[in-house]
Design a binder for this molecule. Structure first.
Ligand SMILES: Nc1nc2c(c(=O)[nH]1)N=C([C@H](O)[C@@H](O)CO)CN2
Length: 123
């Protein structure tokens, strides 16, 4: 298995449980690892044969930038499902880092791993 990754994608969004957080935008950072096989693209040298990290980044900027979740958990889950469903990724690890949310900590947040659901067994 190979990995296409995207590190420290910073996006401004409404996120948080407190009243003051509903009135402002805060910056979150995404780290994303996506399982893929890069052999075909390595052989062809063609962007059409690989998972385009720029396309994933644009989709995340659009989705997260227009979202208004309370919890980083919800943001992470919804973003992961978009990547699995729209980019044909079989497995991913996603870190959502909310910077400066807790005094004394550089960042807080969640790391989730998700994969495509298994096919139902044939009767
Ligand atoms: N597990 C979580 N804990 C907390 C969250 C969260 O999204 N997930 N959010 C907050 C507040 O919004 C906080 O970030 C404001 O500083 C607190 N705990």
């Amino acid at each position: 298995m190979d990995i296409v990754y995207l590190n420290d994608l910073r996006i401004d969004t409404v996120i948080g449980i407190y009243d003051w957080e509903r009135r402002i935008k805060q910056t979150i950072s995404l780290d994303l690892e996506m399982a893929t096989d890069v052999a075909k693209a390595a052989a062809s040298d063609n962007i059409e044969d690989t998972l385009d990290y720029k396309a994933v980044a644009k989709r995340m900027i659009d989705f997260v930038g227009n979202s208004e979740f309370l919890l980083v958990e919800t943001l992470a889950e919804r973003a992961a499902q978009i990547i699995l469903n729209e980019f044909g990724v079989s497995w991913l690890r996603l870190k959502v880092d909310k910077q400066g949310a807790v005094r004394g900590a550089r960042g807080v947040g969640v790391i989730i791993e998700r994969c495509q659901p298994k096919e139902p067994a044939q009767p």
